[in-house]
Design a protein around this ligand. Structure first.
Ligand code: UD2
Ligand code: MN
Length: 325
């Protein structure tokens, strides 16, 4: 028995060596235990193996959970994740006229987003003076970073990948455990909490959740690095929200940035910009958790039966008026 566990340790150490170059481990947290501990005496409804939601699918074919209202117990997941003393870094970009979305975004986030957890927003803007004063809740804080203005909205949107890559690389290792990257032309209407945490987290796009895969707006030109051939694809993911562990999101942002650079050198831009590259990435690097369209809805007024709660939603905007081009 002893010998077998020694052999296991040995191979494990070898495989760790390869990973250590890429993964960011806080020295003091190397041995942090992320077990799902629950406390004696903590009471909650009995889980069932037979009764649950039947109108939606809550598991992918690779066994990643898809989070819908009714598939988790919020007080139970909070009590489990609270024990880990986590920090959730959250990035948001507001350049040009998009600063007008900040007030609603931040105020609604403070009402619904990881309440009771440590949150550090990183806000990237070309006009720090236009950032509204929003009172942060307990253990929530906001850091504003100046970035240069840009002439094309596509460059702003795609440029996020490189800025996130560098932020994780240079600063977050000793600062955060998870990261979420969110669009700013949005508003929270309901809880977004610890149920969303996972190694690599994708959000199902609100327009295409009931479409056949060949109608997804994947990049279909083989010349682009974002190309996905007909017959392939799982879901269509939005680029307006994604996240996960620092290591996994670092790999995602780095890969998308590299793929976009190759496209640029070949004078091609993917049909939906970084969203096309993100979809290619998630097809071959499966997310470990998926968030249902409750976590990014399209317009608060459009309803479908399966979406019982809208947690986060794109607000209506006049693209021609707010975008620089
Ligand atoms: C629902 C959804 O999936 N939305 C995606 C979609 O359209 P969207 O219409 O949602 O893109 P968008 O105009 O919101 O741009 C994405 C983000 O870039 C930032 N920004 C953009 C322009 C600008 O002048 N200033 C500025 O700050 C801002 O944070 C914004 O939220 O396609 C984009 C790129 O093709 C992104 O992938 C979006 O996430
Ligand atoms: Mn948007």
């Amino acid at each position: 028995m002893k010998r077998r566990s020694l052999i296991y340790l040995h191979t494990n150490q070898n495989s760790c060596k390869q990973i250590i170059g890429k993964v960011f481990i806080k020295p003091e947290e190397k041995y942090k235990n992320f077990g799902l501990h629950s406390s004696p005496g903590f009471l909650y409804n009995q889980p069932s193996v037979l009764v649950g939601r039947t109108d939606v699918v809550s598991m992918t074919p690779w066994l990643a959970p898809i989070i819908w209202e009714g598939t988790f117990d919020p007080t139970l997941v909070d009590s489990i994740y609270k024990q880990h003393n986590l920090t959730i870094a959250t990035t948001v970009f507001a350049l040009g006229k998009y600063t007008r979305f900040l007030k609603d975004f931040l105020e609604s986030a403070e009402e619904h987003y990881f309440v009771g957890f440590r949150v550090h927003y990183y806000l990237f803007t070309d006009q720090p003076e236009a950032v509204p004063e929003v009172k942060m809740g307990k253990n929530h804080r906001l850091t504003v970073r100046r970035v240069p203005s840009m002439d094309r909205w596509q460059d702003i949107s795609m440029g996020r990948m490189e800025i996130l890559e560098k932020l994780i690389e240079n600063e977050l290792a000793s600062e955060a455990d998870y990261i979420f990257c969110l669009d700013v032309d949005t508003k929270f209407y309901g809880r977004w909490g610890s149920e969303s945490l996972g190694r690599l987290v994708g959000v199902i796009h609100p327009w295409f959740f009931d479409y056949p895969r060949d109608q997804f707006t994947y990049e279909r030109r083989p010349e682009s690095q974002a190309f996905i051939p007909a017959g392939e694809g799982d879901y269509y993911y939005t680029a307006a929200a994604f996240g996960g562990s620092l290591a996994d999101v670092h790999h995602l942002t780095k890969t998308c940035r590299e793929q976009m650079n190759i496209d640029a050198a070949n004078s091609i831009e993917a049909i939906w910009h970084e969203e096309s590259h993100l979809n290619k990435y998630f097809l071959y690097n499966k997310p470990s958790k998926l968030l249902s369209p409750e976590y990014l809805w399209r317009d608060i007024n459009i309803s479908v039966g399966q979406v019982k709660i809208i947690r986060f939603s794109h607000v209506a905007k006049n693209n021609a008026e707010v975008r620089p081009n």
